[in-house]
Design a protein around this ligand. Structure first.
Ligand SMILES: Cc1cc2nc3c(=O)[nH]c(=O)nc-3n(C[C@H](O)[C@H](O)[C@H](O)COP(=O)(O)O)c2cc1C
Ligand code: SF4
Length: 642
């Protein structure tokens, strides 16, 4: 066996796991509006259990209606929830996985809209990120919530769960009590380290009393808050043995809170894989119970070695489970080439959930969250389908259509397939974007679906071959603004820069500070080229609230890149970029001027399809230029419908 440590069994207070791979809790938004468990949630979790994971910890489950972090968070604050929740362990046990329920109270990290009242917290200090006012909890309320956690654990046991995890991490209520940053009480629950720890220790003791000694209970903590005024790893090293004495059987070692710079609780592609393992190790050094390591780990080798070295006893693979539910079985079977890799882009999962208020999915796995719908039906009759364009939308469409039994051919005008993924995978930390391309081409090869490159499809060819259905995925071409001098030979397109089609020159001016412009600047700076980015808008189009946005700004700044906002470019003259900022005329000298001003859909073949009455669907950037998520999901839908 290739990864013997990862695939060895482990026992936590009598619960024996078939391997040491954990799916950590991940909020999905799949619960029903009344906080009960939905078919969608059961199907999604069950699909992950089918993929071979030893332990699945459900997403947050509120112990009190006032503790929900988002409107349809599942709940366990009354016995009425038990039958619905019982469906989860029942489904997971069918595949040999153990099921733990994560017990949660969001404290101040929620909205009035989600809970219908003002949030409660140790002190009336609003969340740094949400800014939502909150109320300090009374002593009576503290006692009630200690009891709420205990009752919830009792219900979880009754529902058939194998264990419960207390959510003590990520800046939620338990974490808020531990932290001098959010707990400024002057009673016995605030002040010294011991007093701030009291609420959590009382909960652990009450839960233990409720479920008995032989039921596994553990806590998830942020080992270091990584915020000014918060607690650090040395506090957690002191606190961890106290939690074990109070009754926990394991510790799940996460990191960070909502306002931790760079979003390290759900670290983006910009953070090194396994960056948090040293903290798991630091906790293992002070406790004798198993420690679960987590944080940007999807490399099985890294996981196996971490267990072998004793950094952690089990490893959580979070987002990787969203991208590929069969990840663990593929690792076990040595089928690493068939793994669809998580890129840590965060767009389809946590950013959709947190910033777009939509249910989570995965940019690269369009089936994530749709498991309850089952597979698309086989095509009857099987048609000759042409997919025109081999970017993410086209490749995704081709996979879905060929899985249904259509006879699919893919055509690409460029030398290589991949479309925008070819340039998008070039900036620093983004090489994983190419992994999806490699994976999708492998899947198409397995299904004998040809991808013809350097094959620009003309109207005549369509007329001659008359495909029975067409998916138009021709992408988009870059557009520029009508700026005098933009036809200078110094002016190049960002995509050509990133794919190495043009020679790099120094210094560079990038026009546009959207993601393409920012990532191109990051790329050029990593090659040692000084960069100035000029953006028309007064505010950065790429904010610092997302983890990737934060790190992009930080890297560009620390490499000496200049970002100039509110810059209206007026002309390019003898290699100088002239622009107006307010009433002031300014100028930047450049050896290379890179345009990153947006794109326009390419739909030139639509007319002929209409004329010939050939059924067609337009997908991805060809429909309207958007992100890889929309391209892959739309392509998949089209392949399922055509
Ligand atoms: C969409 C999403 C929702 C999450 N929800 C929770 C949650 O409900 N409870 C929790 O403790 N952590 C939550 N997390 C954090 C994950 O459990 C995990 O710690 C994090 O994704 C880092 O692991 P990874 O790098 O393997 O993905 C969530 C992460 C994501 C991506
Ligand atoms: S959306 Fe991005 S970060 Fe989230 S699971 Fe998918 S690939 Fe990973």
């Amino acid at each position: 066996m290739q990864f013997p440590h990862l695939f060895s069994s482990v026992t936590i207070n009598g619960m024996t796991l078939k391997n040491r791979a954990v799916m950590p809790p991940m909020g999905t938004g799949y619960g029903n509006p009344d906080s009960t468990v939905s078919d969608r949630l059961v199907a999604y979790l069950s699909r992950r259990a089918q993929g071979g994971t030893g332990l699945i910890i459900t997403e947050v489950c509120a112990v009190d209606a006032r503790g929900k972090g988002f409107p349809n968070e599942i709940g366990i604050w009354s016995d009425a929830f038990i039958p619905g929740l019982a469906r989860i362990p029942e489904a997971l046990h069918l595949f040999g996985a153990k099921a733990a329920l994560q017990l949660h109270h969001a404290g101040r990290e929620t909205f009035e809209d989600a809970i219908g009242t003002i949030p409660e917290a140790p002190s009336a200090i609003p969340s740094v990120i949400l800014g939502q006012p909150c109320e300090a909890m009374s002593l009576e309320r503290i006692t009630q919530l200690v009891e709420a956690f205990a009752s919830a654990a009792g219900r979880a046991k009754e529902a058939g769960f194998d264990a419960v995890e207390l959510h003590g991490a990520h800046g939620y209520l338990l974490n808020q009590f531990l932290s001098p940053f959010s707990n400024q009480r002057d009673d016995k629950y605030g002040g010294s380290d011991e007093s701030r720890a009291r609420f959590v220790l009382e909960i652990i003791a009450a839960v233990r009393k409720k479920v008995g000694n032989d039921f596994p209970v553990w806590i998830r903590v942020s080992a270091d808050e990584l915020v000014r005024g918060g607690y650090d790893l040395s506090f957690m090293q002191k606190f961890a043995p106290m939690m074990v004495s109070a009754g926990v059987d394991a510790i799940h070692c996460s990191v960070g809170v909502y306002s931790t710079p760079g979003g390290l609780s759900i670290a983006s592609m910009d953070t090194e894989p396994g960056f948090n393992l040293f903290r798991a190790r630091a906790l293992k050094d002070v406790v004798h119970v198993p420690v679960i390591g987590v944080g940007r780990i999807n490399n099985p080798e890294l996981a196996d070695q971490a267990i072998a070295r004793g950094d952690a006893d089990l490893i959580s693979f979070g987002r990787q489970h969203l991208t590929d539910p069969d990840f663990i079985n593929k690792v076990r079977d040595g089928a690493l080439d068939d793994i669809r890799w998580c890129t840590a882009c965060n767009q389809g999962c946590i950013e959709r959930l947190s910033f777009e208020m939509k249910s989570a999915t995965c940019s690269f796995n369009p089936e994530c969250g749709g498991e309850h719908k089952g597979q698309a039906p086989k095509a009857k009759p099987s048609k000759r389908v042409w997919v025109i364009g081999a970017g993410p939308a086209g490749l995704s469409a081709a996979m879905a259509a060929s899985a249904r039994g259509h006879k699919v051919k893919v055509f690409e005008k460029e030398e290589k397939p991949g479309g925008q993924l070819l340039s998008a995978s070039q900036p620093p930390h983004k090489s994983a974007f190419k992994d999806w391309l490699i994976w999708s081409l492998r899947q198409l090869k397995k299904s004998s679906t040809p991808v013809h490159c350097q094959n620009l499809i003309s109207k005549e060819e369509i007329k001659q071959h008359m495909p029975e259905a067409v998916i138009l995925a021709c992408g988009a071409y870059p557009v520029t603004l009508p700026i005098p001098g933009l036809d200078s030979e110094k002016v190049v397109d960002a995509r050509d820069v990133l794919t190495g089609k043009v020679e790099l020159k120094s210094p560079a001016v990038v026009l546009g500070a959207g993601y393409v412009g920012m990532e191109t600047a990051d790329y050029l700076l990593s090659k040692g080229i000084p960069v100035t980015v000029l953006e028309m808008q007064a505010f950065p189009p790429v904010g610092k609230l997302t983890a990737h946005g934060y790190w992009l700004h930080k890297r560009i700044k620390s490499a000496g890149g200049r970002l100039i906002f509110g810059a209206q470019v007026t002309c390019i003259e003898a290699g100088d970029v002239r622009y107006r900022q307010g009433d002031t005329e300014r100028m930047e000298n450049a050896a290379m001027i890179v345009t990153a001003m947006g794109a326009k859909s390419d739909n030139s073949l639509e007319d002929v399809l209409k004329e010939l009455s050939i059924p067609y669907i337009i997908v991805g950037d060809a429909k309207s230029p958007r992100r890889v998520l929309e391209a892959i999901h739309e392509g998949h839908r089209a392949g399922g419908e055509i």
